[in-house]
Design a protein around this ligand. Structure first.
Ligand code: HEM
Length: 405
């Protein structure tokens, strides 16, 4: 039995800009040196799909990391720090199940399918507003879509969208571990809190009789005394935060894959089933979120002991981009037979609550984009967001012609 700390492991510079710009060859090289484990500045990295699944099956031996992130950021007892420590992703066991039970019925595939017309309406209005420009930053454009859909889902006025967008851009820096961003992150949480407090007060003053929107359900739970006001507010903030940069980044990543593949792009616009397969293949090819956990006990796996207290990173966003699990891993082929299911939405009790929302949202959005934004091409340089956390493209300038409305 070997201790992880004594092993010669490949080192991944996951925090660097160069890594973020092209992470896949780094993982391939690491796997050539060690079949499933690597190291980076903040702990171990599991580089093998099956190892990720095996370790996640033992999730009871792992804990969440947000308390530590708050400590590293010197942000204990701040508004941002309290929010990070209390949100549902940082809860385990019954404290976490309580939130899942409250929310599950609002995020089923059926509920999300019912919202498809609302998604199409939202995207159509955005395209009406943005397309006459002839060129824009696609990432910025895409950022308005998930927020606008979520606002409509909970009955918030569209006028709040720009303010929420900048608050969520700031909160999205939470896993950056960079203290320079702390004031912006604090301000982001405070701004989101003002928004949800006003929203709840407005709905209380003018209830939606007989409606079963997410906010109405949560208010009913509050009225039964099963949630405090603070928990209700923070839950709403967390749902926005969890859905914002994940969906925005994924939509932009798919667009970036489609721009150099015009035949696929064109087909997405006219074939909903194909659009669905394109999204699934994109989630396999690369997606946005890596997860991380801290070990609550020494954990033995494949003859290696990973030490209690270690932080372990799971780059689920690229887990099936690996020839050992899928043939032609570098090829982007929406018609491929699914050999290995991707895990872009995570695993275990914390598996993405919003995955059916994200799927429907992105698929519906892309179909309309492909129909109305013709012949897109990129017109300038693009950057990348840090790989750990919510990875994605920073800025995707595009030019195009306008298609049918
Ligand atoms: C393509 C888009 C998305 C991706 C790739 C994604 C990915 C993930 C992943 C990997 C996790 C697990 C995190 C962990 O275990 O540490 C997660 C959790 C979560 N996601 Fe998503 N997500 C997406 C969109 C959304 C949307 C639109 C929502 C809407 C509200 C959402 C809400 C959540 C919530 C609430 C959790 C925490 C679940 C829990 O703690 O039980 N996500 N997501």
């Amino acid at each position: 039995m070997q201790r992880g700390s004594e092993l010669e492991l490949p080192y991944l510079t996951m925090e660097s800009d160069a890594f973020a710009a092209d992470p896949l060859p780094h993982f391939a090289r690491a796997r050539a040196e060690h079949p499933w484990l690597a190291r980076w500045i903040l702990g171990y990295v599991v580089t093998d799909y099956k190892a990720m699944r095996d370790l996640y099956a033992r999730e009871g031996e792992m804990g969440q990391l947000y308390d530590q992130i708050v400590e590293i950021m010197d942000a204990k007892n701040t508004r941002w720090g309290d929010f990070q420590e209390r949100h549902m992703l940082n809860q385990m066991g019954p404290a976490h199940k309580r939130y899942r039970d409250m929310l599950q019925s609002s995020f089923t595939p059926r509920r999300m399918n019912e919202l498809r017309p609302l998604m199409r309406e939202t995207m159509s209005e955005l395209l009406d507003e943005w397309l006459p420009r002839g060129a824009f930053d696609f990432e910025e454009f895409a950022s308005y879509y998930p927020i606008s859909v979520m606002c409509r889902m909970i009955g918030a006025s569209p006028s709040v969208v720009p303010g929420l967008r900048s608050a969520m851009e700031a909160i999205g820096l939470s896993t950056s571990m960079d203290k320079r961003w702390l004031p912006a992150m604090q301000e982001g949480v405070e701004r989101m809190e003002r928004f949800v407090v006003d929203l709840v007060a407005e709905r209380r003053a003018a209830p939606h009789e007989g409606r079963e929107e997410l906010l109405d359900l949560l208010l009913a739970i509050r009225d039964r005394g099963e949630l405090t006001d603070l928990e209700l507010h923070e839950l709403l903030i967390f749902l926005f935060v969890a859905g914002y940069d994940t969906s925005k980044n994924m939509t932009t990543l798919v667009m970036n894959l489609l721009i150099p593949r015009p035949a696929m792009y064109e087909r997405v616009g006219r074939d909903p089933d194909y659009a669905k397969r394109v999204l699934d293949e994109a989630l396999r090819y690369h997606s946005t979120t890596s997860t991380q956990r801290v070990l609550l006990t020494d954990m033995e796996y494949r003859g290696v002991v990973l030490e209690k207290g270690s932080i372990v990173w799971f780059p689920m966003s690229v887990a099936v981009h690996d020839e050992r699990y899928v043939s032609d891993a570098d090829g982007f082929d929406p018609d491929r037979k699914a050999e290995t299911a991707h895990i872009a939405f995570g695993l275990g009790p914390h598996i993405c609550l919003g995955q059916y929302l994200a799927r429907a949202l992105i698929q519906e959005g892309l179909q309309l984009i492909a129909r109305r934004m013709r012949n897109p091409r990129t017109t300038g340089p693009q950057g990348w967001r840090p790989f750990p956390g919510a990875w994605g493209i920073r800025g995707l300038p595009v030019a195009f012609e306008m298609g049918e409305a």
